[in-house]
Write a protein that binds this ligand. Structure first.
Ligand code: GLC
Length: 442
């Protein structure tokens, strides 16, 4: 019979295993700076530091744009209106869940799926709506950009494996798919990462914004850098601002525990995206599931009959972890019959240690970015953040803020974490406006 002591001890062990202490955070920041430095200098390392060919907006960009957003779980198409006075509005919007067979099929099928989404969206626009000829493409994967409207996919992340896309120029693939679906007039004028979109969207209205972060299916960030610090851009004026996509999901100078390693070895990209696998929504539920199985086997959680529920990969999702944090009885929802209050407390504890570590690592990465730009925290910094984990997981933001206070004391008040909803789509439209040189009348 399980007793309270066993539950408490099991929890204590997990807290130790998933701890990310202040000292860990300080070491993390130093290593992170080192990797940033290497990435910018073009040396081998785990942060790609990809220049995006755009700087922050002025707030005067205007026009109507179409945005296509392929990020994690969903494909989204949006019509965005920029009024030229720092206000952006989504005027129409559609979203489709991306079927696994499309994510993991052929590149052709994936790009056809995207073009089909655009066609369906445009068909349903009211006839009196403004003509949308310029499309901004948010493609949230590691892409080596060669211009504001061109870039080559380096490798897939977040469970995508569509064949024949890595190493290819993705705007060309999209343009071909659009032409194939009889939309040859639509011009792809901008290619962006979701983090860059999020930074652009927030800085359209808030000049203190200097970091865009995604905490959703995947995780990543970008910030404005001086061209002079980027080896690849040695030909530009040294002071020119360029937004750099860190691709921080692949940061690998971080200690994994046995559960992290087991999870990693069962993914489609073992060994890659180490930080992402400890922080982002695609993986946190899976991490909790693996811990739960281990606790069942150790005889401290549920009964053996419940094991089958936890044997299926992805049986626990990050949405479940959010529901647990809201106090819901997720065990019953998963099909466990009659969980005891100790079972519920232990499962809540598992969820808490996994999400707390994620939030603390994310905050440490933000702290690293901010101190890279402003070592003594002399300025205000707004961090624009989007993604389901940040938005929907209760306590996530507060846990992040708590680590910033541990690190910086009172000076942490100069760092504001702010939710930039739909930033990636809106921001893509802003980039399109900049790219299209559009200071025109609506
Ligand atoms: C993954 C992608 C990255 C993206 C992030 C958030 O880490 O590689 O490009 O920004 O997910 O969606």
């Amino acid at each position: 019979m399980k007793d309270e002591n066993q539950t408490r001890e099991a929890l204590k062990r997990l807290e130790d295993l998933f701890s990310f202490s202040l000292r860990d955070a300080q070491q993390f920041i130093a290593l992170f700076h080192d990797e940033m430095q290497r990435g910018l200098a073009g040396k081998p390392g785990s942060l790609k530091m990809i220049p995006s060919y755009v700087g922050r907006p002025s707030g005067h960009e205007r026009g109507d744009f179409l945005a296509l957003d392929l990020g994690g779980t969903n494909l989204r198409v949006l019509a965005v209106r920029l009024d030229g006075e720092g206000k952006a509005r989504i005027t129409a919007f559609r979203r489709w869940v991306i079927p696994e067979k499309i994510m993991q099929g052929t590149g052709e099928a994936l790009f056809d799926f995207m073009a089909e989404g655009v066609a369906l969206f445009l068909d349903q626009m009211p006839p009196d709506s403004p003509q949308l000829r310029e499309l901004a493409f948010t493609f949230s994967f590691p892409v080596a950009q060669s211009a504001v409207d061109a870039g080559v996919l380096l490798n897939w992340t977040k469970g995508f494996t569509a064949k024949g896309v890595s190493g290819k120029e993705v705007v060309a693939l999209l343009s071909a798919a659009l032409a194939h679906k009889n939309m040859p007039d639509l011009r792809v004028v901008a290619l962006t990462n979701d983090t860059v979109g999020t930074l652009m969207a927030q800085s359209y209205t808030d000049p203190a914004c200097d970091m865009g972060v995604i905490l959703g299916t995947g995780t990543n960030a970008c910030y404005p850098e001086k061209a002079g610090r980027i080896a690849k851009l040695a030909h530009l004026e040294a002071d020119r601002e360029v937004i750099v996509n860190l691709e921080w999901g692949s940061f690998d100078r971080i200690q994994m525990n046995a559960f992290d390693s087991a999870l990693d070895s069962h993914t489609l990209n073992p060994g890659a995206q180490r930080l992402e696998k400890m922080v982002s929504g695609l993986y946190l539920g899976e991490l909790a599931r693996r811990v739960a199985l281990d606790l069942i086997d150790a005889g401290v959680f549920l009964r053996q009959e419940a094991r089958i529920i936890f044997e299926r990969e992805q049986a626990v999702t990050s949405e479940h972890l959010s529901q647990i944090a809201e106090g819901e009885d997720v065990l019953t929802r998963l099909g466990v019959s009659g969980p005891t209050s100790q079972d519920c407390a232990l499962f809540a504890g598992v969820s808490r240690v996994v999400t707390t570590r994620a939030a603390r690592i994310a905050a440490a990465a933000i702290a690293a970015g901010v101190t890279w730009m402003d070592a003594d925290l002399q300025r205000r910094h707004t961090i624009a953040i989007d993604g389901s984990l940040f938005e929907k997981c209760p306590g996530f933001q507060e846990t992040m803020e708590a680590l910033l206070i541990e690190l910086f004391g009172d000076r942490a008040t100069g760092i504001t974490l702010c939710h930039a909803a739909d930033g990636s789509g809106i921001g893509a439209a802003i980039i399109a406006a900049v790219a299209a040189g559009a200071l025109r009348q609506i």
